[in-house]
Design a protein around this ligand. Structure first.
Ligand SMILES: Cc1cc2nc3c(=O)[nH]c(=O)nc-3n(C[C@H](O)[C@H](O)[C@H](O)COP(=O)(O)OP(=O)(O)OC[C@H]3O[C@@H](n4cnc5c(N)ncnc54)[C@H](O)[C@@H]3O)c2cc1C
Length: 551
């Protein structure tokens, strides 16, 4: 393709004028490790050109194994979208360029490192031979070796992953396929308990084809919305199939980073014993929400009934025939109110601040429409990654407007009941609420209808005092503190201050401290949706591998 060869020539010669001629004034370049060894976005032709001209890469060509160039509409704008491959200085790269059809100038460019030359993933033609397990009749077989490896009796893991939900599983699978000795620890008794312990009726909010874990997609006969226990059991099979070392019933209690470039971490095992390990890297995969946010509500000080945070809620069985007040109108508040109602409790939901409500199906799925457009999963992931923040915001504004129209009947009925709605900053909708503050929205799976029908009560927080005298239970669905609070607790306030805010966008248009190098050597974070963890675990694993090779 002409643009790619002209780009390669200009890059090779560091020819500023030619480079400039290839980009629209309103352009964006996102790099995932390929040229900068960082995850970063720069915007505007001056910044893009002056950053690009410092780098070089070769062999840019349309990728014959990927979706061919095509006309698409992205963020409301027609463009030609081209998926390409190239040779980055450290390994094969993949990218996407979007050209304006009239000028053939680039609007967005993604360059992403796919693998590390000489240290490729052990998959496909590079898979292990397996001979070692079958030919030695007297020696330990595959299972003996696997069990022994997982005990870490006489060696240290290179990487310790704290938390074995989908974030922890994704990064551990990526690292393990790269031959990096990785151990997951999770305080739950069984792999998948992070889902099993959630409310009885839970099915996932997003459709199955968006939620695959790396390497091992869900079977094609699985339901569109996966029930939580089915997912939990899949996690168990996944950990086994991917040969992940996973210690259940094990709490990570904290650690210190030593001058020799290793951590000393303390783990509490299920039997109460403590174990110290010395990994080179620690990946926190403990979820976006770390520590419960329990506000001081004066009206509750003398409340004689039971007060729990949403994180402590298990189910409504004990509250049949009782009165419950649920404070907070995000997903947890709504789901708990609905669960209590279905168990036979009389429930009032107390609203503190305006909340975004979107019908789970189809409106909440609009932002994932790419995944049902036809390209294979790997291409959808690359295309998703290639959308810079400015375009993502515009895309989500458009999807939010569309959803508002689809959901108009429900939203108007809620407002008539006194529910205060909002649609996110600048109308960017639920996903930006998630990405910037980890909540503030509700995917309606029935609770909004119960509110509209008057089966679940709704009150503003000013009325809390009036509601309490008749209540038996108060649930604080008041959210969670940011992950930095957890970092302070586990590693000390000085380290937490050095790392700074986690999650939410920084000035560089990327999620802060997520999937990328932090100010603390050897400390990394992974969190977010299944899709985010599937996509970015690849790049996090590459960074950790590169550090280990350099050590
Ligand atoms: C009803 C509902 C539907 C959802 N649907 C979707 C969907 O369709 N798609 C999607 O992408 N997301 C969905 N989500 C959101 C999100 O993906 C989940 O909340 C998910 O659990 C986050 O995964 P995680 O691995 O980051 O963290 P978690 O699932 O929170 O796992 C963190 C793990 O870390 C462990 N841990 C924490 N601290 C320690 C410690 N000190 N020591 C040891 N272990 C520790 C915990 O035990 C836990 O198992 C949904 C959420 C809900 C509630």
């Amino acid at each position: 393709m002409d643009w790619l060869s002209r780009f390669e020539r200009a890059l090779h010669k560091a020819d500023r004028a030619s480079l400039r001629g290839l980009f629209d004034p309103d352009c964006h370049w996102r790099d995932l490790l390929a040229l900068t060894w960082d995850i970063r976005t720069v915007s505007g032709v001056d910044a893009v050109v002056s950053n690009l001209e410092q780098h070089s890469a070769r062999n840019f060509r349309i990728d014959p194994e990927r979706t061919p160039p095509r006309q698409v509409t992205r963020a409301g704008q027609q463009c030609t979208e081209v998926l390409f491959r190239f040779d980055a200085p450290d390994g094969p790269g993949a990218g996407v360029v979007r050209l304006f059809p009239d000028t053939q100038k680039a609007w967005t460019l993604l360059t992403a490192l796919s693998d590390l030359a000489g240290h490729e993933e052990h998959v496909g033609t590079r898979r292990p031979k397996g001979q070692a397990y079958s030919r030695d009749f007297s020696g330990p077989n595959w299972l003996d070796q696997r069990n022994a490896r997982a005990e870490y009796r006489d060696r240290e893991p290179a990487v310790l992953v704290v938390g074995g939900g989908h974030a922890g599983l994704s990064i551990a699978a990526r690292l393990t396929q790269r031959g990096i000795d990785t151990l997951i620890v999770d305080r739950h008794a069984r792999v998948g308990d992070n889902w099993r312990t959630r409310y009885h009726a839970l099915t996932l909010h997003n459709q199955v084809h968006v939620n695959h874990l790396p390497y091992m997609p869900f079977p094609p006969n699985w339901p569109v919305y996966i029930p939580k226990d089915k997912l939990a059991n899949w996690f168990e099979s996944y950990a086994e199939a991917m040969e992940l070392n996973y210690w259940t019933g094990t709490e990570f209690q904290g650690g210190t980073y030593d001058p020799d470039g290793r951590w000393t971490v303390t783990l509490r095992r299920a039997d109460g014993t403590r174990r110290t390990l010395r990994p080179r890297h620690v990946v926190l995969a403990t979820g976006v929400s770390g520590i419960p946010n329990v506000p001081d509500i004066p009206a509750l000080r003398n409340f004689p009934g039971k007060v729990i945070h949403s994180g402590q809620y298990v189910d409504g069985e004990d509250w049949r025939g009782k009165r419950a007040v649920v404070i907070g109108t995000g997903n947890s508040g709504h789901d708990i109110a609905q669960d209590l109602h279905s168990a036979g409790a009389a429930v009032t939901l107390v609203q503190r601040s305006p909340t975004l409500v979107v019908q789970c199906d189809p409106s909440a799925q609009l932002v994932y429409s790419l995944y049902s457009e036809g390209p294979p999963l790997e291409d959808c992931d690359l295309i998703t990654t290639s959308v810079p923040l400015a375009l993502a915001r515009r895309t989500h504004q458009l999807a939010t407007e569309h959803a508002k129209n689809l959901d108009r009947g429900l939203l108007e009925a809620l407002e008539r009941k006194g529910f205060r709605l909002d649609f996110g900053e600048d109308g960017t909708g639920w996903q930006f609420k998630y990405l910037t503050r980890g909540g503030g929205y509700y995917f309606n799976v029935g609770c909004s209808d119960l509110i509209v029908e008057g089966k679940i009560g709704l009150a503003p927080s000013a009325e809390l005092e009036r509601l309490l005298p008749g209540a038996d239970l108060v649930v604080l669905a008041t959210g969670w503190k940011g992950q930095e609070a957890l970092v302070g607790r586990l590693f000390g306030e000085a380290l937490a201050a050095r790392v700074g805010p986690i999650w939410g966008f920084g000035a560089d248009q990327e999620l802060r401290n997520m999937f990328r190098r932090t100010a603390q050597p050897g400390l990394w974070f992974i969190a977010g949706s299944f899709a985010q963890c599937r996509i970015y675990s690849r790049y996090l694993a590459l960074q950790i591998q590169s550090d280990l090779l350099a050590a």
